[in-house]
Write a protein that binds this ligand. Structure first.
Ligand code: URA
Ligand code: SF4
Length: 227
């Protein structure tokens, strides 16, 4: 079905007037790239359309694939705690992924599905969903969680270690009218890096420090937006 064809979610997107529920429904049927074949379901973004912070993850993990919601596994536990420590109310956030389907390998002789980083072709295919999310939610601040999200927004030369924790200008490359009202982009590590680290505490503290920068940017606009 995909031989020689470009991967692209565009034909599966609803019209520009669609809001989050309509987009979620349409995304459930997306076949823009082959990742939908082996995954359980589309894991669409979670949160309110009125959110002022958009936290962009990489792709659903094993638990998210099974439950159909972002960040419900171990990475989500870290993220929720870090948001709390940084003073960001999860109710103010909307959390989509760069890629909406779980991509994994099953090592020979094993049953457990192991997360596999999505390819550039797959992230490019899924991009129209992210652009639509940005248009509908129109966040004030966007947070790239980890290298995949950072590269998707800032380009292939993005390095978390070099660019994290600073309020960066919204990159033009993201797409037409996707950045209206966005005050800036802040990159940080992916929360799953914390449990993987040998010395977790400093890694966790680094994540919280980056998220505090986000909290400062929205500080004067605490509470849910009414527009
Ligand atoms: N990693 C992500 O980016 N998102 C999840 O929901 C889980 C792991
Ligand atoms: Fe569509 Fe994205 Fe899933 Fe590919 S990963 S099938 S583009 S929703």
């Amino acid at each position: 079905m995909y031989e020689g064809r470009q991967y692209d979610a565009t034909p599966f997107l609803p019209g520009r007037r669609a809001r989050l529920p309509g987009m979620r429904k349409a995304a459930a049927g997306c076949q823009g790239c082959p990742l939908h074949r082996d995954a359980t379901q589309t894991v669409f973004g979670d949160g309110r359309a009125s959110a002022c912070v958009m936290l962009i993850g990489e792709q659903p993990g094993d638990q998210e694939d099974l439950q159909g919601r972002p960040f419900v596994g171990p990475a989500g536990t870290v993220l929720m705690r870090a948001l709390g420590d940084a003073g960001i109310d999860p109710e103010q956030t909307y959390v989509p992924h760069v890629v909406n389907h779980f991509t994994f390998t099953v090592p020979e002789g094993r049953k457990r599905r192991i997360h596999k980083a999505p390819s550039l072709r797959e992230t490019t295919a899924c991009r129209p969903w992210l652009v639509a999310d940005l248009r509908v939610v129109a966040p004030e601040v966007v947070v790239a969680l980890g290298a995949t999200a950072g590269k998707a927004l800032l380009g292939p030369s993005f390095r978390v270690t070099e660019q994290r924790g600073a309020l960066l200008p919204w990159p033009d490359r993201v797409g037409a009218d996707s950045g209206d009202g966005v005050r800036g982009l802040i990159a940080t590590i992916h929360p799953s890096a914390v449990p993987r680290a040998e010395d977790r505490e400093p890694v966790y503290r680094g994540l919280v420090a980056d998220l505090r920068v986000v909290a400062e940017v929205i500080d004067d606009r605490r509470g849910t937006r009414t527009t």
